[in-house]
Design a protein around this ligand. Structure first.
Ligand code: G3P
Length: 219
């Protein structure tokens, strides 16, 4: 299972990499804005640090402009993957960019039919947003189950499903149980994945007992 880190903060990418959890990086205009830094500089630094795909999102909305912008983003580093929102015009651009060897991620997916069209267009990755569906009392994970079923019916579709808009460790666990190809996870959720209160209390107990072993041996 691939672990992408969902951030444009270089220090967060470094932390995820040290944990072995930076198989790729996803950014979007909101995450870039949070850094307060220049888009190209941020993407280039991250792409230097990480071997896997680094998603940079287009802001154009017409096919020709998306293609031109995608080519520019892809020229920044060999591992830049062009992130494109799932619209008809976006899907046309996906088809052309992929045919020219530029990898794409189709983003803002909220239905299985959108996922199917993105896979048919040849997208390397698709990103359904689970947290935002949960926000409107829908089920993000039901969508992942549906898309995984759909993809398993058609092994000729080569897209990888990277679960996005992850808000909880439960989203990561359910994604893994459903066999999603990957997840893109904010660092705050990555940190929660390792935590368990019984681990903390167990360490405390072992350290206290070890101190007693040392004081017993001095008696
Ligand atoms: O990768 C997509 C992600 O950044 C969106 O997450 O929490 O804004 O829905 P969120």
């Amino acid at each position: 299972m691939k672990f992408f880190v969902d951030t444009a903060d270089i220090n967060e990418v470094k932390e995820a990499k040290e944990l072995g959890l930076a198989d790729g990086v996803t950014t979007n205009p909101t995450l870039i804005r949070k850094t307060g830094r220049d888009f190209k500089t941020v993407i280039s630094e991250i792409a230097d640090l990480v071997d896997g795909p680094v998603n940079a999102e287009v802001v154009s909305t017409e096919t020709d402009a998306i293609i031109a912008e995608g080519k520019e983003l892809a020229s920044w580093a060999p591992n830049v993957t062009v992130k494109i929102p799932v619209t008809g015009k976006g899907l046309k651009a996906v088809k052309i960019l992929e045919s020219e060897g530029i990898r794409t991620t189709v983003t803002l997916i909220f239905s299985a039919t959108q996922a199917l069209l993105a896979a048919k267009a040849g997208a390397s990755f698709i990103c359904p947003f689970v947290g935002r569906l949960d926000d409107i009392a829908s089920s993000g994970m039901d969508l992942i189950a549906e898309i995984m079923d759909l993809l398993s019916n058609y092994p000729g579709l080569h897209t990888e499903l990277i679960v996005a808009s992850i808000r909880t460790p439960g989203h990561v666990l359910e994604s893994a149980l459903l066999g999603a190809h990957g997840v893109t996870v904010p660092l705050s959720v990555i940190q929660k994945l390792a935590h368990h209160p019984l681990t903390d209390s167990g360490i405390e107990c072992f350290l206290n007992d070890w101190k007693k072993v040392q004081s017993d041996s001095r008696k």
